[in-house]
Write a protein that binds this ligand. Structure first.
Ligand code: FES
Length: 119
């Protein structure tokens, strides 16, 4: 295991298109809320901060998917994002994506590896 890996949860805790699991990360020198989801079998992590305003997406804890389970949606004004890359799909995010995190599923656990810098 690499030095900065941190266990977020057991792999079985995330259902495909289901609830997100919240955790915290260090971002720009401060503690920031984040979440991890499972989508089409893979895990993805994002800062829990809308591209429209710096609000958390989930009004009810962990509820970040829309009713169809194919998009992420901000509960404040309805911006939608692609679960697999955080791209703004519509609404007031106006092209601003979610901040991506590096997460990996390994050995029955889901680990946080750090911020994602490849866009
Ligand atoms: S704060 Fe998320 S859509 Fe406005």
């Amino acid at each position: 295991m690499a030095g900065n890996e941190r266990l977020i949860c057991a792999a079985g805790a995330l259902l495909d298109g289901g609830g997100a699991l919240r955790f915290e990360v260090e971002y720009r020198g401060a503690t920031a809320p984040a979440f991890v989801i499972r989508f089409d079998g893979a895990v993805f992590g994002y800062l829990n901060r809308c591209g429209h305003r710096p609000m958390e997406l989930d009004w009810r804890e962990g509820e970040v998917f829309d009713s169809g389970g194919r998009s992420l949606i901000c509960s404040t004004h309805g911006a939608t994002y692609a679960p697999e890359n955080g791209r703004c799909l519509g609404g007031p995010c106006s092209g601003t994506p979610l901040v991506r995190l590096r997460v990996v599923e390994r050995g029955g656990g889901i680990y946080y590896l750090g911020l994602k810098h490849d866009g």
